[in-house]
Write a new protein. Structure first.
Length: 597
């Protein structure tokens, strides 16, 4: 021990290696921050000297040092980011094809991502020259950016990458396939010499689905290319697609055929689109349903898109981030005994989630509720839910007619796809039933015009309409790296112009020197994008007397919109700007999903 100037003991490790010096600096940092005492540090070092357990484990398990505190100390010392273990972290499996997992576990480093000539590497010691040499030899000519991690976190990442306890990681399986191509010279590198029942193809397809679910993807895109180009597998996460991995061209037919077999589709039919479903068991108590669509593309190939429909519980209305006025209005119209409520927006904007949240609020023993859905994504006790099967004639219109003979109080129709369904729904809402449905339109006002253009009776619709809710999902600023900044005058003017100069006065916000907006700096949690998750934007059109008159006279969209805004409707863009001001998202993201109507 060495006594410091203030009489404080400072621990010096017996080891004279550079690793010992590193540990000493990290320990000093923990002591300085008041996380552990000097005496406990000395005991921890003594406990780890026999080599039976490493110092990190002693500090974390015996002395209860928080992982983030130890990681922060390592980050400060190495002057690079600390990456904690998170099963949602995206690892580029292509980087693992030429690496042995046993070697990585022994040396405690792992390539995470690659962007052009830049590669991100997670390691327990960014200053270790031997590891640095191995990294540069493995990825020659690349610029290496290091991230530091705890030993146990790196081991968990490697466990995840290795797919232990599953059918094997994607990287390992692809390595097997590549080796098989080299061994079997007779395999045609374009058409392939392997079928959909091959063990590696089955494991690869299963693992892609499991990884997509783990990462929170909404869709999987399987995209084969002509000639000898590798087949791309892309995932859509938080509304954005990115290439997750690539599969050798020789196996593109086998992978597509495997997915078609799982969805009970005709593997011999490649000339026309097909659609089906897969029920895939991820664990003993968890299933995911996938909606499968195949489309023929150039080069006699087929693209496949799989939408993940994870069974989930309905959300409460007050957890869906409505503005207070919009939430109050929705709760009020949901209690009406009859009428029609429409939720509109593009595919994947959360319409079904919103309708089930409304149903959850009114789902009581006094009400009989029937739903017709395709597919049934969310289940609730108390609801009688019917799966639509167009191939056998069970369409939305057919189900709706049957519901009217089954003594309903509330009816939910998954989608109004045609005039027949719309007419029956409107008539049902006028005869004492509360009807909820969705429509694919861009805004609340455009929904009214769309239904009138379909040929629906304008007087009946005006009388039956309780409200039209338009919504979008916008990228949310990552909570882990969100930071405030002072925007320039141009950004302020863009917000004013987007909101509307007349309406901006109600916001009551002037440009001042201490005014702040928020943005994501970019971190490991959000994969350095600055965004994690999504925030909903809403626009609720309510039927005032003047609005009903405009609907009955089939007025122009511009006139209806002006009247709706005059009556107090907040547009999608305005609602998005309010959420920008509250630090939930950015104006650029709002503009990307909510254009002016």
């Amino acid at each position: 021990m060495v006594v410091g100037r203030a009489g404080e003991r400072k621990v010096t490790l017996v080891s004279k290696t550079s690793r010992g010096a590193i540990e000493q600096n990290v320990l000093d940092s923990l002591v300085y921050r008041g996380i552990i005492s000097v005496s406990d540090v000395a005991e921890a070092v003594e406990d780890s000297k026999d080599g039976s357990v490493d110092l990190e484990t002693v500090l974390l398990d015996r002395y209860r040092i928080p992982k983030h505190a130890l990681g922060s100390a390592l980050s400060d010392f190495y002057q690079c980011p600390y990456l904690p273990y998170d099963e949602r972290t995206i690892i580029d499996v292509d980087l693992l094809k030429t690496l042995n997992l046993d070697y990585l576990k022994k040396n405690l480093w792992l390539p995470i991502a690659r962007r052009g000539s830049l590669i991100d590497v997670l390691t327990s010691d960014p200053h270790d020259p031997d590891k640095g040499w191995d990294v540069r030899r493995t990825f020659p000519g690349m610029t290496v950016r290091y991230t530091v991690g705890l030993r146990r976190d790196i081991e968990q990442f490697l466990h995840l990458a290795g797919g232990q306890g599953t059918s094997g990681s994607i990287g390992v399986i692809l390595g097997e396939l590549v080796n098989e191509i080299h061994r079997e010279t007779a395999i045609d590198p374009v058409s392939g010499g392997i079928d959909e029942n091959d063990s590696a193809i089955v494991r690869l397809t299963n693992q892609v689905i499991a990884e997509a679910d783990r990462l929170g993807a909404s869709d999987i895109h399987v995209e084969p290319y002509a000639d000898r180009k590798d087949m791309a597998v892309r995932l859509r996460i938080d509304g954005t697609c990115f290439t997750y991995t690539k599969i050798p061209a020789a196996y593109r037919g086998a992978v597509v055929s495997r997915i078609k077999v799982m969805a009970n589709l005709d593997i011999a039919e490649r000339r026309k689109p097909q659609d089906g479903k897969i029920r895939y068991r991820l664990a003993k108590d968890r299933e995911v349903e996938l909606r499968v669509a195949t489309l023929p593309t150039s080069g006699q190939d087929e693209d496949v898109v799989l939408r993940l429909l994870t069974a989930k519980q309905p959300m409460p209305l007050d957890a869906m981030e409505f503005s207070p006025a919009t939430l109050e209005a929705i709760q009020a119209i949901a209690e009406k005994p009859h009428g029609i409520i429409l939720c509109v927006g593009p595919t994947g904007s959360g319409k079904t989630t919103t309708l089930h949240a409304i149903l959850k609020r009114i789902n009581t023993e006094e009400r009989k509720i029937w739903t017709a859905e395709d597919p049934i994504e969310i289940t609730q006790d108390g609801l009688r839910q019917v799966q639509i099967h167009p191939k056998i004639g069970l369409t939305f219109a057919t189900a709706l007619r049957a519901f009217l003979r089954a003594d309903p109080d509330v009816i939910m129709i998954g989608e109004m796809r045609d005039k027949e369904t719309a007419d029956i729904a409107i008539e049902a809402s006028l005869t004492g039933h509360l009807v909820l449905s969705t429509l694919h339109t861009n805004s609340a006002v455009e929904t009214v015009v769309r239904l009138l253009d379909l040929g629906c009776d304008s007087f009946n619709f005006a009388d039956s309409m309780l409200g039209v809710l338009a919504q979008r999902l916008c990228k949310r600023i990552c909570n882990q790296c969100k930071e405030a900044y002072h925007p320039n005058r141009q950004e302020y003017d863009e917000l004013v112009q987007g909101y509307g100069e007349q309406g901006w006065s109600t916001v009551g916000l002037e440009y001042t020197a201490d005014w702040s907006l928020y943005r994501g700096r970019g971190c490991e949690v959000c994969n350095r994008t600055g965004f994690k998750g999504r925030v909903p934007l809403h626009e609720l059109l309510l039927p005032t007397e003047k609005m009903k008159q405009l609907i009955q006279s089939k007025a122009r969209t511009v006139d209806m919109l002006a009247q709706a805004i005059e009556s107090g409707m907040r547009t999608l863009l305005q609602d998005g700007i309010h959420k920008v001001l509250h630090g939930l998202t950015t104006y650029r993201q709002v503009r990307a999903v909510a254009t002016k109507s």
